[in-house]
Design a protein around this ligand. Structure first.
Ligand code: SAH
Length: 290
């Protein structure tokens, strides 16, 4: 597992310019730390928000690594052109297959060829919708390579040739893949061990059990005449858990019938109620089977 990891100790300064650029360099190279490689025309957009708060602290501590590969130096000619007009006409520009291929090849060294261990993803509105299950899959891999599009996107032949998986952030169009990549990375990195302070806090949140989260409250106990639901102040953990489950189910049913239907479909079918053989159990002669 470790033999095909890049060993960048002590040679960061000597790295040729077309190699991935590590965004936080003087951090410990923790063995097996999760890695992200991002191909983009806007490397200066990274780490962006990922460099702040919990994901930023984890990045600085070496719990994960982020490298950008600037697409521009792989461009054609003196001006390093990366795009051209769409075949067949129409508005905008398309990223060239040959240019992006050179960047992909530069991003490959040190990454396993097995896509289950290291997915290769193009952020695209046509992709499979990103969700919590995908974030978990990515967090369980060794790392990911992300391709951020710009303009009208990339030449289809590149996607076909490299069998690149397309992932969408949602049914809307961004101007580029960078914000989508950062959202995907944020959702993934927070699942890595040690990144969130409280390790159990991802178990109960929205989507983890196929439900949206129950409402949260904190002090003051009364605000603008509104009280915190008394059960939450009761100290009765069993009742609190029951209330939260009921609220999570209610909110999911009301807001996301699609999630609710999926949740209901995966729930083990309720076993038909067994009639207790009254006489025998009551008398303790023949215990009821579980
Ligand atoms: N012409 C394309 C849109 C290109 S938008 C189309 O109609 O499908 C430019 C780039 O922004 C894309 O290449 C992609 O990388 C990124 N992008 C836009 N919307 C996105 C979304 N919903 N999810 C992920 N990436 C997106």
């Amino acid at each position: 597992m470790s033999e095909d990891k890049p060993r960048s100790h002590g040679r960061l300064a000597a790295r040729p310019s077309l190699r991935p650029r590590e965004l936080v360099t003087d951090t410990p190279e923790l063995q097996g730390a999760w890695r992200a490689r991002v191909i983009t025309l806007l490397p200066e957009a990274f780490p962006g928000v990922l460099g702040l708060s919990l994901t930023g602290k984890a990045l600085a501590e070496g719990l994960w690594h982020l490298e950008t590969i600037d697409l521009r130096p792989f461009g054609e000619g003196r001006h390093r052109n990366v795009d051209d007009t769409p075949a067949g006409g129409g508005a905008g520009m398309v990223l060239r297959a040959d240019v992006v291929a050179r960047a992909l090849d530069a991003a490959a060294p040190g990454t396993p060829a097995d896509r289950a261990r290291w997915p290769l993803i193009y952020l695209s509105p046509r992709g499979r919708p990103f969700d919590q299950a995908t974030a978990r899959q990515l967090a369980a891999a060794e790392g990911v390579t992300l391709l951020c599009g710009r303009f009208e996107g990339v030449d289809q032949r590149l996607l076909d040739h490299y069998a690149i998986e397309e992932v969408s952030l949602g049914d809307f169009v961004l101007t580029g893949g960078e914000l989508a990549a950062q959202a995907l990375l944020d959702a993934t990195v927070r699942l890595l061990p040690g990144v969130l302070g409280n390790a159990t806090s991802t178990d109960e949140e929205s989507f983890s059990a196929g439900l949206l989260e129950y409402p949260q409250y904190t002090r003051p106990q009364v605000w603008e005449g509104r009280e915190i639901p008394p059960v939450l102040m009761s100290g009765h953990h069993g009742e609190i858990a029951k209330w939260r489950k009921a609220e999570a189910e209610r909110i999911t049913r009301e807001r996301r019938p699609d999630l609710w239907a999926a949740h209901e479909a995966t729930r083990p079918a309720k076993a038909p109620k067994k009639r207790k053989p009254k006489a025998s159990t009551d008398e303790g002669i023949e215990p009821a089977k579980a």
